[in-house]
Design a protein around this ligand. Structure first.
Ligand SMILES: C[S@@+](CC[C@H](N)C(=O)[O-])C[C@H]1O[C@@H](n2cnc3c(N)ncnc32)[C@H](O)[C@@H]1O
Length: 223
């Protein structure tokens, strides 16, 4: 598990758009999918909310939604709080510093999980996080997942893209090396399998840019 250190929050918003192709678009698409699903009050769970980018994107298009934003890093959560306050949306968000296990079992109508799963090894940790999310969703609730998957074929092109974003060659190579040595990138098939085992069905892609995949899934009905 990688809980971000506080200093990572300072320039996270600037860095992430130059590290992850399609990051802002994937958040916009998530917001559009949920905005067309919910036109009244709803509760949305955002584990690993980081600096609040997902919450902001969603809150802008879903005026009646309330959010549970969970984040283990105090520095990241503080930036999220500040951004939501600036947008005058903080009263729609319950901020929880901690892990999803720290949450009560309250039921939510939807969840997003963006750029968190790759930090967890596939030794039961990924499965446990997805199961904890499923446990807190009502039947048929959508989960929108965006994350890195294994993509040998496109990593060279990703390195080139990183240089187009202003990174020098050494930095781009270091990013790729970190992705290979420290991230736990499953295959797209494995992500679908993990989702199915955690209680989700109707799994389909909504976005892909190189090895960054957006999947929509639905909480299966409890018997
Ligand atoms: C790359 S950031 C993504 C933040 C945000 N979701 C986004 O898309 O910008 C990953 C965040 O997940 C948090 N994190 C790491 N492991 C976690 C876990 N097991 N559960 C929840 N959050 C976690 C980190 O502290 C970090 O803030």
């Amino acid at each position: 598990m990688t809980i971000f250190p506080n200093h990572a929050a300072l320039d996270y918003d600037d860095r992430i758009v130059r590290l992850v192709p399609g990051y802002p678009l994937s958040l916009d698409l998530m917001a559009c999918m949920l905005a067309t699903r919910f036109n009244g009050p709803c509760r949305i769970l955002v584990p690993g909310c980081g600096t609040g980018a997902e919450v902001l994107a969603l809150a802008s298009l879903l005026p009646y939604a309330r959010f549970t934003a969970v984040e283990p890093s105090p520095g990241m959560l503080e930036v999220a709080r500040r951004k939501l306050a600036l947008a005058r949306m903080e009263d729609r968000v319950t901020f929880i510093q901690g892990m999803i296990d720290d949450l009560p079992d309250d039921q939510h109508d939807a969840a997003t999980l963006s750029l968190v799963l790759h930090f967890l090894p596939d030794d039961g940790a990924k499965a446990a996080l997805l199961a904890e999310i499923a446990r807190r969703l009502v039947d048929n609730a959508p989960l929108l997942l965006f994350d890195a998957v294994w993509s040998n074929a496109t990593d060279n092109a990703l390195g080139f893209w990183l240089q187009q974003q202003g990174h020098d060659e050494e930095t781009a190579n270091a990013v790729l090396k970190r992705m290979n040595s420290q991230w736990h990138r499953p295959s797209p098939e494995r992500v679908s399998q993990l989702l199915a085992e955690a209680g989700f069905s109707a799994i389909e892609p909504f976005f892909q840019a190189f090895g960054f995949l957006g999947l929509r899934a639905q909480r299966r009905q409890r018997r």
